[in-house]
Design a protein around this ligand. Sequence first.
Ligand code: G4P
Length: 191
Amino acid sequence: MQLLKDRILKDGRAVNEDILRVDTFINHQVDPYLMRECAKDFAEHFKESGVTKIATIESSGIAPALLTAVEMELPLVFFKKQPSKVLNDDLYQTMVTSFTKGTNYELTLSRKVIDSSDHVLIIDDFLANGEAATGAIRLVRMAHATVAGLGVLIEKSFQPGRSKLTEAGIETYSLARIASMSEGKINFLED
Ligand code: G4P
């Protein structure tokens, strides 16, 4: 999506070969108008997929996921991160390891909000190693629902997330795909 790529070039900052800072329009301050355009693109792409709910992972996924839910006129569920195991029969939980941040957390979903009648579109801000996305998919499946696909704003294509998801049979749609980065320089994959 050209609008997002232009914004990444203008306001994003490649800190090194691995990390892109987008704090001024996605991760800290959010540009709702850009998120709305991204949401329209996700909604158009997945309009024939029979989606019943949008899901994301707190916190930075919520803005694009909420606007996608508005566009598609569907409910939004956000999976919560809990620092330690909270045993509760009303919850589905799965452990996620973040390589970028060096943390583990329990991704958590109430049994009340997704069920076997749901076909869920997962939306997130970044796809890096794919650990958060595969954790979200595990939770959807624990709830006996099915996954319609994954929509991400920014895919770091030099990391293994997309290939993990493709191997798992998940349709992944990314609005900006980064082939490589170095300090101050960002190269996109050609569409
Ligand atoms: P994965 O989810 O694809 O496996 O990636 P990983 O575990 O490595 O990433 C964990 C967290 O780091 C995620 O945020 C992800 O969005 C973020 N992240 C990964 N690569 C980058 C990057 O290059 N730039 C930025 N800004 N973030 C990156 P999170 O922990 O879920 O945090 P948040 O949603 O609360 O912001």
